[in-house]
Design a protein around this ligand. Structure first.
Ligand code: ADP
Length: 405
């Protein structure tokens, strides 16, 4: 097991994010490089950063305009780059973030033609993500047929939830057909759960809500470092308002859009996934930084609604836990927007949250407590690391098993 690398892939509609880890001599998964190919189908660019954050590559690349062929070619160019910087290492495995594992996959799985076919059947449940996750697996299988690939699921961390947290009040035969709450961002929550003991000590076992606020956003209630409830449901559309997704919505709205406004299912899907959320309400952008900087009345309302939705869902999760001892902010907005954290914490004063304003404003990339010493709820910012979680799972799935064997 010397001089071996693991590659982690998170493949989306217009970008491929990756991280490469050294798994040869060091059991802590040293990240060698990470980066992304973005602008697939538009103006593609390859950006790679080294272990210390230094820029190793940042240049325009040329890809076919067709996004499917573009993705395939993106992987070819990524492997060319990695091959040129492998420093004698061979690629031992590729681990993928796959958004939906459905009912059958509650653990990571080694990819075979059969597992791939099963995962393809889940595409309607995550139309924005699943197709791109799976086409990445196919593209890499074509380029490197002998390298094992492992799928790690955003749903798997939530498999611990009780029946009441997962069921909808729908007829039995619909529930039994798999229409239930799955929850997502599980790799992020699993990582947060893995570092809670180091930061919280014994309180890690207590009642914790983690808020993953990125382009997609959700919250997860944990007890004993296990998922008890989450804001996302059957699809990654439910719960919080997001960059371009609406979050919780009366299902009657969907019926109205189709019946009274004559929208097709495809048009409704586009509206709810791609044109709603911060983008739809602000009319400016789905990117929080841009919305916060814009300052138009609509942008301010978008932020207000975003914060309001977090407050409502936080109340619901605190109820599921029967109280709250720790609140954790993570992902792009959670880790970087002091203003959103401040507004959320202000609204959560009724739960016993008291923010330390100075600690909240301080910029740091380390996990840190931002509530006052007297706050009944400890509030933390913890950087997430989904890639590391995938790397650990992928390594665990390889036949040679434990490291160093
Ligand atoms: P993804 O879900 O694609 O992994 P991220 O977790 O990187 O996304 O989160 C992206 C979001 O984080 C964007 O809305 C971006 O504007 C927001 N964000 C990043 N930095 C800041 C910041 N300093 N202030 C406010 N929002 C930020």
């Amino acid at each position: 097991m010397k001089n071996e690398a693991l590659l982690v892939i998170n493949s989306g509609s217009s970008s491929v994010k990756f991280a490469a880890y050294d798994v040869g001599a060091d059991p802590t998964f040293q990240r060698i490089a990470s980066g992304k190919i973005e602008g697939i189908g538009g103006q593609p660019r390859l950006r790679v950063a080294g272990q210390d954050g230094s820029v190793l590559e940042d240049r325009a690349i040329s890809l076919p305009a067709d996004p499917a062929r573009g993705q395939e070619d993106a992987f070819r160019q990524l492997f060319e780059w990695l091959g040129g910087h492998a420093a004698g290492r061979t690629l031992g495995a590729v681990g993928h973030r796959v958004v939906h594992g459905g009912e059958h996959f509650s653990r990571p799985v080694r990819i075979t033609p059969d597992t791939l076919a099963q995962l393809e059947r889940l595409t309607p449940l995550a139309p924005l993500h699943q197709p791109h996750n799976l086409s990445a697996i196919r593209a890499i299988a074509a380029l490197l047929p002998d390298v094992p690939q492992v799928a790690c699921f955003d749903t798997e961390f939530h498999a611990s939830q009780a029946w009441v947290a997962q069921a909808y009040a729908l007829p039995r035969h619909i529930t039994e057909a798999g229409v239930k709450r799955y929850g997502f961002h599980g790799l992020s929550y699993e990582y947060i759960a893995s570092v809670l003991p180091e930061h919280l000590g014994a309180a890690a076992e207590g009642r914790v809500v983690a808020a993953h606020l990125g382009n997609g956003a959700s919250m997860c209630a944990m007890r004993g470092c296990k998922s008890v409830a989450s804001t996302m449901g059957f699809t990654a559309l439910d719960g919080l308002m997001m960059g371009t997704r609406c979050g919780s919505l009366d299902p009657g709205v969907v019926l109205y859009l189709m019946r009274a406004l004559g929208m097709t299912a495809q048009a409704v899907e586009k509206l709810l996934y791609e044109q709603s959320g911060l983008l739809g309400v602000s009319g400016v952008s789905g990117d929080m930084r841009t919305v916060e900087a814009s300052g138009t009345p609509e942008a301010r309302q978008a932020v207000e609604l975003y914060v309001h939705a977090i407050g409502q869902q936080l109340g619901s999760l605190a109820a599921a836990l029967g109280g709250l001892e720790t609140l954790v902010f993570t992902a792009g907005i959670g880790e970087n927007s002091a203003s959103i954290r401040q507004q959320v914490c202000h609204n959560a004063a009724w739960l016993g949250v008291a923010l330390d304003e100075a600690a909240n404003q301080a910029t740091s990339s380390a996990a840190r407590r931002i509530s006052t010493a007297a706050s009944r709820v400890a509030v933390w910012v913890m950087p997430t690391n989904e890639e590391l979680m995938i790397a650990r799972h992928t390594q665990g799935m390889l036949p040679r098993g434990a490291r160093g064997a």
